[in-house]
Write a protein that binds this ligand. Structure first.
Ligand code: 5AD
Ligand code: SF4
Length: 470
């Protein structure tokens, strides 16, 4: 028998080669092409992982379907808040009804929720029709898992790893957009904010080598991508543990040097690690977009300490001031959690104060969700539901008022925008993204998609602009 390679990615390509003929045979028998559908929950990391999963499925012969009524369905799950989990279970039940009608159908579950043993137990017990379960550490192994499922006769294949130290490069990947793409720079997280499940489900922080990142960015540029988003749980701590030292600021410079790339974004920085050298690079590198997403989580230093955020309200405000004075056009966005255990009205008012002082362009506000296994799940003084709801509503109103004020800042200016497609709500108009991440709708045609054009911002409509091509 032919030897299966034991190095990656060669091993996965070996399985893909075998699977290609197996899938073709099934398609021939069925008299039609086999299709796939991937549903992604959660953040940009998951979105990027889904592109890698799609890359493997397309490589072995599945074609993308526009609904879950497909031959291979993957749910790439999120578990950051309880409601993400609830949504997934409702939909797995529906997949079961589809599978009953399609004997070829395979169902796979992966992502952050599958890293939690109690969730996997629930799938084992109550959702026997799920074919494959895997986690965040072994998504590179999809081809091997499909092969094993198809050849072993196992009813349900479960392969979830607790951790991994390896980063597998050079596997196939698809892209949702032709002109923009996400690029992983770190995996995992070492911060251990007390409310957050991410370090437990995504493991310890690992940085990709700068040369691998630059190679990927170059290859994306060669394929016509003009905007890239560097992705990591805490991008500012990039570089720890690398053999050859490289800071996040140095990485930004390297990436900006790639010819063909016109815009560089990054997500998500942590306020505690946002160093001056990053501000300096942003100032001198015109390719870096004028947008900083800087999650504050709470405005109360007392709560921030309990959250293990490692900064105070004052330190956060000083950082924002530094960013604003050095980068006057920058838009600032944030994440805020309401109702963390022990949060008093005074703590909450500190958060409102920060929102007003920072004048966020937009804020993602979340009700605190207790995640089993995190330190905060054991903290006393849970905030009653009605109090949290009331604070949440009040916070939303303040954020809305602030973002309306902030958004209109550029009215009358002519700015460069990347045309992303037709406006979903009004197909007569095109949509472009400003460097600061806001959208503008304007009259134009399809051949502008993926191009950078100048648009005058005529009128601000709250969260977006109406403009005209100049
Ligand atoms: N409850 C509510 N929101 C949370 N987030 C992370 N963990 C929780 C939790 N347990 C929010 C944070 C983070 C964003 C991605 O999700 O605001 O920045
Ligand atoms: Fe992303 Fe965290 Fe959700 Fe995982 S748990 S998908 S890392 S937000």
């Amino acid at each position: 028998m032919e030897l299966i390679p034991n190095t990656e990615p060669e091993r996965q390509y070996w399985f893909m080669d075998r699977l290609r003929s197996m899938v073709a045979e099934e398609a021939l028998k069925a008299g039609r092409e086999l299709t796939y559908c991937i549903q992604t929950f959660g953040c940009q990391m998951n979105a990027k992982d889904s592109e890698k999963l799609a890359g493997v499925l397309e490589n072995i012969g599945y074609k993308e379907a526009d609904s879950e009524n497909a031959d291979f369905v993957i749910y790439n799950t999120c578990t950051v808040r309880e409601n993400a989990n609830t949504r997934v279970y409702g939909r797995i039940g529906y997949l079961g009804t589809l599978k009953a009608k399609n004997p070829l159908m395979m169902i796979a579950l992966c992502g952050c929720m599958m890293q939690e043993p109690h969730e996997v137990e629930k799938i084992k017990k109550s959702y026997r029709f799920v074919d494959i379960v895997f986690g965040t550490h072994n998504i590179f192994k999809l081809a091997e898992l499909i092969y094993e499922k198809m050849t072993s006769g196992k009813k349900q294949l479960i392969d979830v790893w607790e951790s991994s130290s390896e980063i597998v490069e050079d596997l196939p990947s698809t892209r949702k957009f032709d002109f923009k793409a996400g690029v992983n720079i770190t995996y995992g997280c070492n911060n251990f904010c007390t409310y957050c499940i991410v370090p437990y489900v995504r493991g310890r922080e690992k940085s990709r080598k700068p040369e691998d990142i630059v190679k990927e960015v170059q290859s994306l540029a060669d394929q016509g991508v003009v905007e890239i988003m560097l992705l990591g749980q805490n991008v500012n701590s990039y570089g720890k543990g690398l053999e050859e030292k490289c800071s996040f600021a140095e990485l930004l410079e390297k990436v900006c040097r790639v010819e063909g790339i016109k815009r560089v974004r990054f997500m998500t920085p942590h306020p505690k690690d946002f160093s001056d050298d990053v501000i300096e690079v942003m100032k001198k590198e015109p390719k870096i977009c004028a947008h900083v997403h800087l999650p504050v989580q709470s405005g109360s230093s007392r709560i921030l300490k309990k959250m293990n955020r490692n900064y105070t309200k004052e330190q956060y405000l000083t950082l924002v001031e530094k960013i604003r004075s050095n980068l006057p056009d920058v838009s600032l966005t944030t994440d805020i959690i309401v109702g963390f255990p022990g949060e008093t009205e005074e703590d909450f008012l500190e958060t409102v104060d920060v929102v007003k002082k920072c004048g966020y362009d937009s804020a993602f506000t979340f009700i605190y969700s207790k995640r089993t296994g995190t330190p905060a799940a054991k903290f006393p003084d849970e905030v009653p539901e009605d109090v949290v709801k009331d604070r949440f509503e009040r916070l939303l109103a303040v954020c809305k008022a602030e973002s309306e004020k902030a958004a209109s800042k550029l009215t009358g200016r002519t700015v460069e925008v990347l045309v992303e497609g037709r406006d979903e709500a009004n197909k007569e108009m095109m949509t472009g993204r400003l460097s600061n991440n806001l959208l503008v709708h304007f009259e134009g045609c399809d051949n502008l998609i993926g191009k950078l054009v100048n648009v005058r911002l005529d009128e601000c409509k709250g969260f977006y602009y109406l403009g005209s091509l100049v």
